[in-house]
Design a protein around this ligand. Structure first.
Ligand SMILES: O=P(O)(O)OC[C@H]1O[C@@H](O)[C@H](O)[C@@H](O)[C@@H]1O
Length: 295
């Protein structure tokens, strides 16, 4: 009994970060209704727990991967002037990195979705995740079966963890009613901010990545001779950036929860599949006639 009580307390401490926009309404620390008035915005009403910040974590993780990948390129330059250039690039890229992270953190705190320590934890967490994945090259070589098994494991683990915590009276979705109660405008509550929506999105992305890197399209384009060409890579980057903007225009219907989760999974799977396999394959086909003419 004591074990389950202390387990619940530990889980609460780790997973139950309050967000300022509801915490300020419920805390008892301000006497005689003197609690400060926090302005809310259309993006304030996140429904998940506040710690660590998902936006800060996502941003630091993605930018960390891009900056370290770019620097690993410049590190190969060996002569004296190249070393100076590498140092300049290093300072520039890390400055850009920190400017972006600070901007994300300040904006999350400004709109009352986070306390400062939650965004700091998010940035550190994102960098740790990026480091861990950079040291796990198996991700890029795993077969589709492994991706599917990992997907199933993560889904069952998350669901099992949710149900297990429910048994010891801990509701992992505790934050949703709080958000609904204290959000200034019900229209600002978005289903895609719930913890389950985040889970489904991540599972979809992982599945799409698995499908992509195990597809013929990826093998023929990225693993072929074109894959090493700078022009091919730049074309893929440009086309991917445009396509990602187009994906952003696809708005999913939110009236039926299950349908939303299924479509969200499909959309999240389609994005890496497009970027990793479809676009490189199209670019590969586009570049082929030019090569034939040259030959
Ligand atoms: O914790 P934050 O910064 O409010 O970010 C929450 C977001 O974090 C993201 O990681 C999740 O994918 C989203 O579903 C969620 O809305």
């Amino acid at each position: 009994m004591r074990g389950s009580v202390s387990g619940a307390a530990a889980a609460r401490r780790i997973l139950f970060g309050h967000r300022p926009y509801w915490w300020v309404q419920e805390t008892m620390i301000y006497p005689n209704q003197s609690s400060p008035c926090l302005e809310q915005f259309p993006i304030t009403c996140e429904t998940g727990p506040g710690s660590p910040s998902g936006h800060a974590m996502g941003s630091s993780c993605v930018w960390y991967v891009m900056v370290t990948a770019a620097l690993s390129y410049t590190m190969r330059w060996k002569d004296e002037s190249a070393i100076t250039l590498h140092r300049l690039t290093w300072s520039f890229l890390w400055s850009v990195f920190w400017i972006i992270q600070i901007s994300v953190c300040v904006s999350r705190v400004f709109i009352a979705t986070h306390f400062p320590h939650q965004v700091i934890l998010g940035v550190i967490g994102g960098m740790l995740v990026a480091e861990a994945f950079e040291h796990t090259p198996a991700i890029q070589t795993a077969n589709l079966g492994t991706y599917i098994k990992t997907n199933l494991f993560l889904f069952i683990f998350a669901l099992g963890f949710y149900l297990l915590l429910k048994l010891i009276d801990v509701d992992l979705l505790w934050s949703v009613p709080k958000a609904k109660k204290w959000c200034a405008n019900p229209d600002w509550i978005n289903i895609d901010t719930t913890p389950f929506a985040g889970l489904v999105r991540n599972l979809g992305a992982l599945f799409g990545l698995g499908l992509g890197i195990n597809s013929e399209m990826f093998i023929m384009s990225c693993k072929g001779t074109n894959g090493y060409k700078m022009s091919f890579r730049l074309l893929c980057i440009a086309a991917s950036l445009v396509t990602l903007q187009l994906f952003d225009f696809i708005k999913l219907p939110t009236h039926t929860e299950y349908l939303f989760y299924v479509l969200s999974f499909c959309k999240s799977a389609a994005i890496p599949l497009t970027v990793v396999a479809l676009i490189p394959y199209c670019m590969h086909l586009l570049m082929r006639p030019t090569e034939k003419k040259l030959n």
